[in-house]
Design a protein around this ligand. Sequence first.
Ligand SMILES: N[C@@H](CCC(=O)N[C@@H](CS)C(=O)NCC(=O)O)C(=O)O
Length: 293
Amino acid sequence: MKLEADGSFKRKASTFRDSISLDGEFTPDKGRYHLYVSYACPWATRTLIVRKLKGLEDFIGVSVVSPHMGSDGWPFASVDPFPAADVDPLHDSNHVKDLYFKVQPDYSGRFTVPVLWDKKQSTIVNNESSEIIRMFNTAFNHLLPKDKAEIDIYPEAHRAEIDEINDWVYDTVNNGVYKSGFATTQSAYEAAVVPLFNSLDRLEKILTGKDYLVGDQLTEADIRLLVTICNIRTIRDGYPAIHLWMRKLYWNKPEFKDTCNFEHIKTHYYWSHTTINPHRIVPKGPVPDILPL
Ligand SMILES: N[C@@H](CCC(=O)N[C@@H](CS)C(=O)NCC(=O)O)C(=O)O
């Protein structure tokens, strides 16, 4: 974890930014792409949710890494056989970093998940979750059954509102929890935690009496927020509307419940970040992970 001189955490931009499209280099072919994810990574979990929501399981394979992100980054099950972790079925890599080096031997960025891999050209198409979920939303529609093709998490009529919410939710909540949790100075922590709770207050107002953030349908704004919210324990006590929204999505939609693995989430955050948790004690609770409806 690299921090700035003032003790703050700044997220670097993703490196691979190509897209799957009918008229481009990466065409939407069944079985051509593979997704590498960690269940512990909220950014990667978004891509798993949308893959399932759109019925793309037979189109795009998935491999899950072990949550023990150590000095070599994310390991595959071949070197760390954690329950529900996979080996790399394509290259038998030891770590996610091996994939990056395969594509770019002098790669010097972060070895992040998610990674959307192209089996045809043996390269990384994209490693930015917000772009991967937009591709999954539309790129394969002509190959999908009608009910799946019609699911649209970024509907034209609501785009401005979704973009507006995504913008402040990204900065203050999705990334805000990292900026708060990884800060090593009081001022860096306060600069992140106050906007985080201001945004939770704002979300609480938006979600009061509503099942979705935008309009009356599930959109990417809900998907992008949900995985972060599942990990904020105080939601249970202080934010009844956000809490109810989260439990409805989690318990009523298998796309959310089936892609959420709290053992991976807890193990990663409490094991990998030894500057914060030097003894690597992983909490047993809360029990249950998500309260019933
Ligand atoms: N912008 C990326 C961020 C992905 C990201 O930061 N992933 C983290 C896990 S939550 C990661 O793989 N970190 C590994 C590292 O920094 O070495 C996205 O949204 O896809």
